[in-house]
Design a protein around this ligand. Sequence first.
Ligand code: AMP
Ligand code: MG
Length: 389
Amino acid sequence: MRPLTEARLEVLGAMPQLPPEIVSVEEGLHRVTSEPVVSSHAVPPFDNSAMDGFAVRAANVATAPAELEVIEDVPAGSVPSRPVGPGQATRIMTGAPMPSGADTVVKVEDTLSVDENIVEVTVATSPGTALRPAGGDLAAGQVIVEAGVRLTARHLASIATARGTLAVARRPVVAVMSTGDEVVPPATARLKPGTIRDANRVLLRSLLTDFGAGVVDLGIVGDDLEDLRSAYAHAAAEADVVVSTGGVSMGDYDFVKQVLGEQGSVQFWRVAMQPAKPFAFGEIDGVPLFGLPGNPVSTFVAYEQFLRPALLTMMGARYVLRPRIRGTMGEDLDTSPEKEVFVRVILAEDDGRFVALSSGGQSSNVLSALASAEAFAVVPVGVGSVAAG
Ligand code: AMP
Ligand code: MG
């Protein structure tokens, strides 16, 4: 059996790079930057007010009360037309540009309106109060996000303040198919004896959509050599990555390895992990192929441990693995010491620590316990039993 880390390194090393493209910031979610994103101008672009109030000369409001002549109104989105002189004030709204001559803002709560043209400042205000300087967030040309970063809503909001487009890796397109003569669409009204509803395709489609990949759904393919041959050929022509589930075990109808081997090259491993031990990886015409095991929990674990990091690698991401946190087992565990075991758990919090309890049946077909799980408890190779605590 191959250690998981070794198998994964081999997979990641075989992934081709997706080319960059320019997208608008609105299209950037979940994409990976292919070069550093730099601001095209200072942010904020101009000195502006952080408060609704009066832009004044600080020297005039060093002591209070002080009466000033109001010379102009500047709402956000307009520009001041007059400099603020000694004894003068410009009524200014949050986000409006500072008039020249003014070096501080007195917030409206610290003033009394005497009449239309006279304001009384009731609180002494120091220079620079409620003033947001140009470039206080970003300088022109400053790097906002480095290359190789998977973009979140927060990155995009920051980029949006400074530019409208950016360079990211093209979105990967993944072809998915379920294989197996027993597998029928979930919408089937009445199951015939011996058949089961297809869980893997909705699992993979949903994971990939959530990830931000394009999906080509090739449906269900029977355990038939000819059907598999044409499905793989079609898939490799349509997508950047091909994923199938089922047919990679040692059964009489497990044809996936054979077909992959005929049409391209295939490596088949027993990976020292549980679930998802049997795993076929290869390529047809340079298109990577993932033959995942048929049991749905195995499919999910294989997605997390291989496919997701592989897609991130294709996109040029710097970090491709999920972060891990330390927790405490709330119950005894017995696992296979030869394998890295991914135990489906729920988490409770006890005095600032996470305590993990099994979420239910741990067989690789038991989706109900995967559905309710909140984390994997990862038991490393070499550890067979874990005592509570
Ligand atoms: P296989 O890898 O083809 O030997 O399948 C392993 C187990 O997973 C068998 O019990 C299959 O019936 C089951 N299985 C295969 N494909 C699916 C699927 N798409 N949805 C749910 N179960 C599946
Ligand atoms: Mg099968």
